[in-house]
Ligand binder design. Structure first.
Ligand code: GYE
Length: 356
C-alpha cells in the first residue's frame, strides 16, 4: 500500500515536471518570437539635409514614423545642417556601417557623383527623397520621390495672373520680388524658373531675386532690406512658408499692410508648402496663396524597400500629388500624370470664403 502510494506520488511529480517544463519551454518560445519580431531586419541610414523649416520637420517625422523598429527597421539618422560636406560624411559612415539602404534628402542637386559611386560599389541602394540629384549616371541611385517644383511654381504664377487680370491690374503694375530658397536646391530651381518665365511671358516687373535659405529669420532680413530699397514692390513670391512668415513680419514692421489690394499699396504674399502655419496665415488673410508641397514621403520609401526585398522592380521617379490654397477659396488640384501618392496634408482644412 505504502509502495503503491509512493508510485502514485512519483507519477504525479513526474507529470507536474513534464507540465512545468512544457510550459517553461512554451514561454521561452513566446519570448523568443516576440524578440524576433522586434529585431529589425532592415537597417537604413537617412541623411536629412537639415531642420530649416516646418516642412522639413514634417518630412523627418514622416520618415522616422514609418521606418520604425515596430515596422522592422533600424533607422540611423543624421542631420546635415544644410551642409553638403556633412551629408557626404554621413553617407560614408553609413557605407562603413554596411547599412542595407541609404535614404538621401540632398541639400543641393550637384556634387553627389563620387559618394553615390561609393555606395553603389558597396552594393547599397540609395533612395533620393524631396530634392533631386543631378548626376551623369542615373543608375547611381535606385529611385527618387518628391514634388514637381516647376509645376508648383507655374500653378502659383497662373493664379497670380488670373487674380490680377480679374482685378484689372496691368501686368506692368505687378512689381514682384522672388525670395528664393537655398540656391541649387531643386525646389529653388523649379520655383525660381517659374516666376522668371511668367514675368517674361506676362510682362510683370521682376524687381529682384534673393535667396533666404528657406528660413524665417533670413526671410525677414532679406524682405526688410528689399522693401526699403524698392518702394514699388507689391508682391512677395516667397519660396516657402517660413520665408513667408518672415516676410509678413518684415512688412508689418515697415508699417505696411499685407493683403491683396496691390493697386492701393497693400503687399501680396505668395508662398509654398501649405504647412499648418502657412494655411493659418491664408485664413487670416496674410498669405494670398499657398501652394501645397507634400512632405509625407515615409510610406513611399517603405514601399520601395519592400519591393526591392521581394525582388521586384521600382519606379525611378515618384511624384506626390498636390493642391493650391488661396485666399479666394480657389482649391485647384494639380494632377500629375504619373502620380503615385495621394496623401494630402491639409485636405480637411476649410478656408474662409473671401471676396476680392
Ligand atoms: O519647400 C522648404 C524646405 O525641398 C521641398 O525645402 C523642399 C523645401 C520646402 O525647407 O520648406
Amino acid at each position: 500500500m505504502k509502495r503503491k502510494s509512493k508510485r502514485i506520488l512519483s507519477f504525479i511529480l513526474a507529470l507536474c515536471l513534464i507540465l512545468l517544463v512544457g510550459c517553461g519551454s512554451g514561454n521561452e518560445n513566446n519570448a523568443d518570437n516576440s524578440k524576433v519580431n522586434k529585431e529589425p531586419n532592415v537597417v537604413v541610414g537617412f541623411s536629412q539635409l537639415g531642420a530649416e523649416s516646418d516642412w522639413r520637420v514634417a518630412n523627418t517625422e514622416s520618415i522616422k514614423t514609418v521606418l520604425s523598429r515596430e515596422n522592422g527597421y533600424e533607422l540611423l539618422f543624421d542631420d546635415g545642417q544644410q551642409k553638403q560636406d556633412k551629408q557626404i560624411l554621413a553617407m560614408r559612415k553609413f557605407i562603413q556601417q554596411e547599412v542595407d539602404f541609404i535614404v538621401l534628402a540632398p541639400v543641393t542637386e550637384t556634387g553627389w557623383d563620387t559618394v553615390l559611386t561609393e555606395a553603389r560599389d558597396a552594393n547599397i541602394p540609395v533612395i533620393v527623397v524631396d530634392r533631386k540629384v543631378d548626376v551623369e549616371d542615373e543608375s547611381l541611385y535606385l529611385a527618387w520621390i518628391g514634388s514637381d517644383f516647376r509645376r508648383e511654381g507655374d500653378a502659383a504664377c497662373q493664379w497670380l495672373r488670373e487674380f490680377t487680370l480679374a482685378k484689372g491690374i496691368e501686368p506692368e503694375e505687378v512689381h514682384v520680388v522672388d525670395i528664393q530658397g537655398t540656391i541649387g536646391a531643386s525646389a529653388q530651381i523649379g520655383r525660381t524658373d517659374a516666376i522668371e518665365a511668367a514675368s517674361r511671358e506676362y510682362g510683370w516687373d521682376l524687381v529682384a531675386s534673393e535667396p533666404a535659405d528657406y528660413t524665417e529669420a533670413k526671410g525677414k532680413e532679406v524682405v526688410s532690406r528689399l522693401l526699403s530699397e524698392h518702394k514699388e514692390i507689391n508682391v512677395l513670391y516667397c519660396e516657402n512658408d517660413n520665408e513667408a512668415l518672415g516676410a509678413v513680419r518684415a512688412v508689418e514692421e515697415a508699417g505696411l499692410t499685407v493683403g491683396t489690394d496691390i493697386a492701393n499699396g497693400e503687399i501680396m504674399i505668395i508662398s509654398f508648402d501649405a504647412t499648418h502655419t502657412g494655411l493659418s496665415m491664408v485664413m487670416e488673410g496674410k498669405i494670398a496663396l499657398d501652394v501645397e508641397c507634400n512632405p509625407l514621403q515615409g510610406s513611399e520609401i517603405d514601399k520601395i524597400i519592400k519591393t526591392v526585398k521581394e525582388g521586384g522592380t521600382v519606379e525611378k521617379n515618384t511624384f506626390v500629388n498636390e493642391k493650391i490654397f488661396s485666399i479666394d477659396k480657389t482649391v485647384t488640384e494639380i494632377t500629375l500624370e504619373d502620380e503615385k501618392i495621394n496623401v494630402n496634408l491639409v485636405t480637411n482644412l476649410l478656408l474662409e470664403e473671401r471676396e476680392y
